[in-house]
Design a protein around this ligand. Structure first.
Ligand SMILES: CC(C)(COP(=O)(O)OP(=O)(O)OC[C@H]1O[C@@H](n2cnc3c(N)ncnc32)[C@H](O)[C@@H]1OP(=O)(O)O)[C@@H](O)C(=O)NCCC(=O)NCCS
Length: 318
């Protein structure tokens, strides 16, 4: 009989079953890392709902849905994953049906999953279950050992200088950091329900506080226009507590009047040099970009990122 329950972090057998599904779906994952990550708080989400589906004690499927706050407080984000040996038996559907009421009681009305491989069973299943494809994205991967660090030694364009920090934005740069972050609204429009906040100095400080509370080492590199002292380009990498060998890039943005001078490439290159110097254990960095964002994809390629897969964002309002 199929049993679906919320994952109890105190239940060692349930944790093992949960990790079994993750490992079967992504061979090579480490059991210890998976289990440790379940106990880590993720500052992107106030809460994460997790379900485990078992048949005769064996893990056959899992669901994980993170609940963001702020402008995204009606959303839940995360995948449903079925053990590859148990596909097409209705387990994915049963997990979805068990998950939706959990989300509804928490005030959510939209579920999205961001990493569904384009053309995969996951995309077909999601469409069959009432999701629509809201965006197409490219996941690019940088393997540190494969890249000649010389490709990160770029001159800063004349008239600009770079600055960097971990955590709190220096007070004198706060207003222009918020203004630069607003440029994320120029990213290609998608049908995803995820909204970027209206960036103000207060929102920047609030996000910094959340990252700090979640144990995130938030690294930021900016380009400052020397004539005005204002930040005009920014990139960030949030290093989560478990990110020693592998991390995900945050975001990158350049203010409209300063595009086309290579600032995006320069701030990212500097970030890579800084990360690799301080974090010798770092092996891989991945980054996701809208498939239509050809500038960002090309910049990443110039820095040594290789396109790993095309994914879709699937979205369902229920
Ligand atoms: C997506 C996933 C969870 C589906 O799990 P599942 O238990 O096999 O799905 P179900 O048995 O509930 O499938 C229900 C319906 O979805 C559709 N579907 C599922 N897999 C499909 C496939 N490979 N091709 C076409 N349609 C498919 C069918 O309409 C199916 O009904 P049917 O079997 O009666 O034809 C599973 O393929 C998986 O774990 N994929 C990897 C993770 C992923 O991409 N998740 C994204 C969804 S959030």
């Amino acid at each position: 009989m199929l049993e679906i329950e919320p994952l109890d972090l105190e239940d060692a057998a349930a944790l093992r079953a949960y990790a079994d599904v993750r490992i079967a779906a992504s061979p090579g994952s480490s059991r210890e890392r998976i289990i440790a990550s379940l106990r880590e708080t993720n500052p992107d989400f106030g809460e994460v709902i997790r379900l485990i589906a078992r048949r005769d004690g064996e893990g056959v499927g899992i669901a994980s849905a993170g609940l963001p706050g702020g402008v995204n407080a009606r959303l839940a984000i995360g995948p449903i994953t079925v053990h590859p040996d148990h596909l097409r038996q209705g387990i994915g559907t049963a997990l979805l049906e068990r998950l939706l009421p959990e989300l509804r009681v928490r005030g959510r009305d939209t579920l999205e999953s961001w990493g569904v491989v384009k053309g995969s069973a996951g995309e077909h299943w999601a469409v069959a279950r009432g999701f629509h494809v809201a965006a197409s994205r490219v996941v690019q991967l940088l393997t540190v050992a494969d890249v000649d660090p010389v490709s990160w030694e770029l001159d800063v364009p004349a008239g600009y200088r770079l600055e960097r920090w971990i955590g709190a934005t220096p007070e004198h740069l706060l207003v222009s950091v918020a203004a630069t972050r607003q440029s994320i609204h120029d990213a290609p429009a998608t049908e995803s329900a995820v909204r970027a906040p209206e960036w103000t100095p207060e929102v920047v400080r609030a996000e910094e506080a959340e990252a700090r509370a979640g144990g995130v080492e938030h690294r930021v590199v900016v380009a400052v226009e020397e004539a005005t002292g204002l930040v005009v380009a920014l990139t960030d990498v949030p290093l989560h507590p478990g990110d020693s060998a592998h991390t995900h890039w945050g975001s990158t943005m350049v203010r409209p009047a300063h595009r086309g001078h290579g600032l995006g490439r320069v701030v990212k290159a500097h970030m890579l040099r800084w990360l690799v110097a301080d974090r010798p254990a770092l092996e891989r960095v991945d980054t996701g970009t809208d498939a239509s964002n050809s500038h960002m994809i090309r910049v990443n390629e110039q820095l040594g990122f290789v396109t790993d897969r095309e994914v879709v964002v699937v979205s369902r309002t229920f």
